[in-house]
Design a binder for this molecule. Structure first.
Ligand code: GUN
Length: 293
């Protein structure tokens, strides 16, 4: 079997075109121009790239974006003050504090301080609570992007076994929540899965991954998922972005796994494109707009 490539670039372009039209319609109807403030503390090279991509994407769809650079040695209190000012600024509808933060900063306190109404990452405990009750205002961007890929590629996961590798707050946990819910904010076909959430202490991982109809890999380890771990015909979503001597690779051994799976996302050009795109969608919603296709 040769897997179908689920092209994140094409899907992201399609959604960004929809966002662009929706932003224009929102502004034409008298709504405010959506504004996103990104906060970058220090000079982490990967974060620099992410933030630059977010800025460019904002520009493409008509969202006003500002980048606030703070020094590496910024304290928790200084960052709390800064976030407080952004909370008060009525031209800012979305606040994104790029993670990871330097180790002297208490990241949980910072994320808790972002106004939940401007928390376009969906990381605030209030928004996590809404998500777990199935009434989220902001879906976390990476899991939301994955649902968009599944929905737009007409992959029905109803009643299927979804295995998620990685229990992070950003990807694994919210992904498990969304896939197992009774209803989906994206499409009726991308919920109602039976979900297994695996992590570093999971025993005999391959025996579990081989049961997966849908495998979502978010472990942050280059080529961690091998062909032997895949049930023939499974759909494989690769969330990994690992920098190696041979460039950026995912958590999945793409060449080997694409010979076994029925569909797979590439890295780069897969899920990453959607993460940025769904941030734009959340910023539009936060400004009172609505994403229409
Ligand atoms: N660092 C890596 N991914 C993300 C993300 O989705 N949001 C933020 N704020 N930081 C990140």
């Amino acid at each position: 079997m040769v897997a179908r490539i689920l092209d994140g670039k094409v899907i992201a372009q399609e959604i960004q075109a929809e966002i662009s039209r929706s932003v224009a319609a929102h502004v034409a109807a008298g709504g405010p121009t959506p504004g996103l403030a990104a906060v970058l503390v220090g000079e982490d090279p990967a974060s620099e790239v992410y933030v630059r991509n977010k800025q460019r994407a904002c520009k493409r769809v008509g969202i006003a974006s500002s980048l606030h650079r703070l020094p590496q040695l910024t304290s928790t209190d200084e960052l709390l003050d800064f976030v407080g000012k952004l909370n008060e600024d009525s031209t800012i509808h979305g606040i994104l504090v790029q993670l990871p933060l330097p180790q002297q900063v208490d990241a949980a306190r910072i994320l808790d301080a972002i106004d939940p109404a401007k928390d376009v990452d969906g990381f605030h405990p209030y928004n996590v609570g809404l998500l777990s009750q199935g009434r989220a205002r902001f879906l976390p961007c990476t899991p939301h992007g994955i649902l968009q890929i599944l929905a737009r590629c007409q992959i029905d996961i109803t009643g299927k076994h979804a295995v998620i590798l990685g229990r992070s707050d950003i990807v694994g946990k919210p992904m498990a929540t969304l896939l197992s819910q009774k209803d989906s904010p994206v499409s009726p076909q991308c919920c109602n899965a039976t979900v297994t959430l695996c992590h570093s202490r999971t025993a005999d991982l391959p025996s579990i991954t081989r049961q997966a109809d849908l495998l979502v890999a978010a472990v942050g380890r280059a080529k961690f998922v091998t062909a032997e771990m895949i049930r023939p015909g499974a759909v494989v979503i690769d969330v990994g972005i690992n920098r190696t001597d041979n460039g950026i690779v995912g958590d999945v051994d793409f060449a080997a796994v694409s010979a076994v799976a029925s569909a797979i996302t590439p890295v780069p050009g897969g899920v990453g494109r959607l993460t940025v795109t769904m941030l734009l969608a959340n910023t539009l919603v936060s400004a009172g707009g609505k994403l229409t296709s």
